[in-house]
Ligand binder design. Structure first.
Ligand code: PEP
Ligand code: MN
Length: 264
């Protein structure tokens, strides 16, 4: 199989300009769960940049459990995100939910995110395989590691070798945390595949207080990076406020990560 270590022994390193994912450098993707306004995107981009991350996240098409919840600003959100990213000098990652919007989203962002709920949307996997953008493939809510790797295989087999895996927690009997962050998946992915793997401690725990310790644990486990939700006013966020870091907590985490990265 194309994702396997047998097929390729060396780690895959994805290069976007001078940013590498899967190489020696740790990459942090940070930003709001959803782009909410032009002002919010511009404000968060500045904070993300100041903290030292190179990549900004922000959803414009949101996979919400309820159809009555905020669904994202769609193309307007992509415009705000692109403007904010350009102004701050950040790469961008945003979720694609539908085969019909892959090309549109690819025009605005550097990395296409496949959300947990679409991990086995095979038509969507085939479609992003045809784009020339790196794909961030989140683990499904109840996907085994084997199923997750096979989903990556769809993208690789479709002709796109730039796949980044993302552990974001799985459904278990535990309800204290939103999901159970399966950090053992990180060394397992490293053993079985040559693909970069990052960790999302925000969705993985659902609680902002747990983001800092689990982010550090992810790095200790061998993750190539992190994706973290940051919001200037989490209590006012239109989605995922309880798991979003306030700017000062994001800055503090970045400072602590720098110290950890230095001694690895
Ligand atoms: C997100 O990144 O905001 C998101 C919806 O993540 P997931 O697909 O992991 O739930
Ligand atoms: Mn979110």
């Amino acid at each position: 199989k194309l994702a396997s270590r047998e097929f390729q022994a060396e780690d895959t390193v994805i290069c976007i300009g001078d940013v590498t994912i899967g190489g020696r450098e740790l990459q942090v993707m940070a930003g709001p769960c959803a782009v909410e306004s032009r002002e919010q995107a511009l404000e968060i981009a500045k904070i993300v940049k100041k903290g030292g991350a190179r990549i900004m996240r922000g959803g414009a098409y949101k996979p919400r459990t309820s159809p009555y919840s905020f669904q994202g600003l769609e193309e307007k959100g992509l415009e705000y995100l692109a403007e904010a990213g350009r102004a701050a000098g950040l790469l961008l990652v945003s979720e694609v939910m539908d085969t019909r919007s892959v090309d549109l989203i690819a025009n605005y962002v550097d990395i296409l995110q496949i959300g947990a709920r679409n991990m086995q949307n095979f038509a969507l996997l085939r479609e992003v395989a045809k784009s020339n953008k790196p794909v961030l493939l989140k683990r499904g809510l109840s996907a085994t590691i084997e199923e997750w790797i096979m989903a990556a295989e769809y993208i690789l087999a479709g002709g796109n070798s730039q796949v980044i895996l993302c552990e974001r927690g799985i459904r278990t009997f535990e309800t204290f945390t939103r999901n159970t962050l399966d950090l053992s998946a990180v060394p397992v992915i490293k053993q079985l595949t040559h693909l970069p793997v990052i960790v999302d401690p925000s969705h993985g725990t659902g609680r902002w207080e747990l983001v800092n310790p689990m982010a550090k644990a992810a790095i200790a486990a061998g993750a190539d990076g992190l994706i973290i939700e940051v919001h200037p006013q989490p209590s006012e966020a239109l989605s995922d406020g309880p798991q979003s870091l306030k700017p000062e907590r994001y800055m503090q985490l970045m400072k602590e990560l720098e110290q950890i990265a230095l001694c690895v």
